[in-house]
Design a protein around this ligand. Sequence first.
Ligand code: ZN
Length: 272
Amino acid sequence: MPPPPSAAPAIVLLSGGLDSTTCLAVAAREGFAVHALSFRYGQRHAHEIDAARRIAEAWGVARHVVVDIDLRVFGRSALTADIPVPKDRPLDDPAVHGVAAEIPVTYVPARNTIFLSYALALAEGTGAADVFIGVNAVDYSGYPDCRPEYVQAFERMANLATRAGVEAAARGEAALRVRTPLLELTKGEIIRLGLSLGVDYALTTSCYDPVATADGDAACGHCDACLLRLRGFAEAGMVDPIPYAPHAPRASLASSASGASEERGATGGEDR
Ligand code: ZN
């Protein structure tokens, strides 16, 4: 249902993934007029943008802005270069995921700072005070730009860096808020929240390395994003509605994932 014409605008970073779509639903249900922002940034697979368009349309957003940038110039990442995407990494091994782990090869240099900077500019230009981003510090895989202290620092910078921020400060207010409603949730909790808000997860995509099939792209079922997504659905007691490639470990994960919510903090992977 579209928001009333008087609704305050909010910028929502929308990747087409599970987290950002849930974030969009939170913003929409809070009554904001959603201005969704997506990036064609040189990712290997354009399926993310297709998913973002479908989701924006389904939610009747006020505007969907798709920006072309090329993050490939900043260095190699398995998401933007022809580098193998890691497969079947154990989700519960803190040496692989978690705060002590190495930053994975799927990290894209400074991606959230670049995305949030665009969102900040769009917020100021739109007169929006709220920017929503679906970062998550529970299912944390060592991306430094998903941590709460990073978000707080960006918000402080945003209020220092903009005309809106300076003018609001003169009134003793903050002009811009970086909203992270998923920050402290497990993947299963995010899915349950989204379902309660009416999210259709069949429209979303998470896989870092989708497989072409006769019926279109299917999720690989083995990359960090797939493993975490599958476990999230199992934790929520739901079946993931998106197609998986043949031999994806869907059934085994679903049956072995009970109790996954007790493992929060030591898990990893990102869905953005
Ligand atoms: Zn995958």
